[in-house]
Design a protein around this ligand. Structure first.
Ligand SMILES: NC(=O)c1ccc[n+]([C@@H]2O[C@H](COP(=O)([O-])OP(=O)(O)OC[C@H]3O[C@@H](n4cnc5c(N)ncnc54)[C@H](OP(=O)(O)O)[C@@H]3O)[C@@H](O)[C@H]2O)c1
Length: 327
């Protein structure tokens, strides 16, 4: 038997509860994992509350992240007793996920726990932190260097935002945090932000082109904020877009792209190829300041997940939430 956060639809009504399930109910897969920790990401918040169409098969065990120990394996490259992590691949959406004490998965989805990280630290990073690294890698692949100028990070107090600030500052970039919680300025500066701006000045309809400011940007919120970032990029600046916390729309014009040569790079963590994941996690293990990681994360138990998911979607959670699935 194992405990899990189950999302179900009963007579058209969305229901989420912490339940005890029998091992025989686990889905198909060639590896069974005793889960140690999972996390709460924005997408988990949408899945748990039903506020976004994340879950596509019911009943579903929520949770797009997990770390744990392999209990049983039919996969040639995965040994029983090894520690593995999982992010994405539709887990928690179409395949039972990580907010549970046990998971059965496809071995091809798993990667080894990176050297230098504890299981708990790997989930303090989770999908949000791994996506932050994919965004940093996207900027760097397009040639954005610290000498070129400032990097804007939106949704700065969120999971992706906080890890992105820490990674960029560590790599020598001057980071400007854009947030709806300017009262958290001191925290954002401790993570490495040089300046903190109020998102009020960014999230309303703006001009097709604005004063050139940013060499690069990591956007986690979409909508008018993303449009305004594009409009204020310096010549040949690069924006990495990964999120939709403000909205899925993109009310922009082509002006920044055709007049300033701006590049807009889309970042997806769910189906990212294995080699890119391995590289992102290796870089996270080597480059992320673990003291900052501790400062931006906190731990809850499985029984606190449903209430915390509501707070996360209300923008009341700072940084990352680790879930100890055994308490
Ligand atoms: N593409 C991918 O593979 C991928 C992977 C991970 C995450 N994401 C997406 O990235 C986004 C951030 O994820 P996360 O896990 O970091 O979420 P999170 O921890 O909830 O952070 C989201 C942050 O966005 C800001 N925000 C919230 N509502 C807003 C609004 N109405 N307008 C403007 N800003 C708002 C808040 O930051 P402030 O309080 O600082 O303003 C909030 O902390 C989500 O949209 C998520 O779906 C995508």
């Amino acid at each position: 038997m194992f405990n899990a956060v189950i999302v179900d639809k009963v007579e058209g009504q969305y229901q989420t509860a912490l339940r005890t399930l029998d091992d025989s109910s686990l889905p198909e897969g060639d590896v069974t994992v005793a889960v140690r920790y999972s996390t709460l990401n924005y997408k988990d918040g949408l899945a748990i509350t039903g506020k976004g169409p994340v879950v596509r098969k019911f009943p579903m065990v929520a949770g797009i992240d997990l770390v744990g120990t392999v209990e049983d394996s039919q996969h040639p490259d995965i040994a029983v007793g090894s520690e593995v992590i999982l992010n994405g691949w539709g887990v928690g959406e179409t395949h039972w996920g990580g907010l549970a004490q046990r998971a059965r998965l496809k071995g091809d989805w798993l990667i080894p726990l990176p050297e230098g990280l504890t299981p708990q630290q790997s989930m303090a990073i989770g999908t949000a932190g791994y996506t932050a690294m994919l965004c940093v890698m996207a900027l760097q692949k397009q040639g954005v260097t610290p000498e070129q100028g400032e990097i804007a990070v939106t949704g700065a107090n969120g999971g992706v935002g906080t890890v992105a600030i820490a990674l960029l500052a560590q790599a020598g970039y001057r980071v400007v945090a854009i947030t709806g919680r300017p009262q958290e300025s001191e925290f954002l500066q401790q993570l490495g932000a040089s300046e903190v701006l109020d998102r009020q000045d960014w999230n309303a309809p703006g001009k097709p082109l604005a004063r050139e400011r940013w060499a690069g940007a990591i956007d986690t919120v979409g909508s008018h904020t993303l449009a305004n970032l594009c409009a204020s990029m310096r010549y040949r600046g690069v924006v990495a877009a990964c999120g939709l916390a403000q909205g899925m729309d993109f009310p922009a014009s082509v002006a920044p792209f055709i007049l300033r040569g701006v590049t807009l790079v889309g970042v997806d963590s769910v189906m990212a190829p294995r080699e890119e994941r391995l590289l992102a996690w290796q870089r996270l293990a080597q480059e992320l300041d673990l003291n900052k990681l501790a400062a931006l994360s906190r731990e809850i138990g499985l029984s606190e997940v449903i209430a915390t998911a509501e707070q996360l979607l209300a923008g009341q959670v700072r940084g990352r939430v680790i879930v100890d699935v055994n308490r």
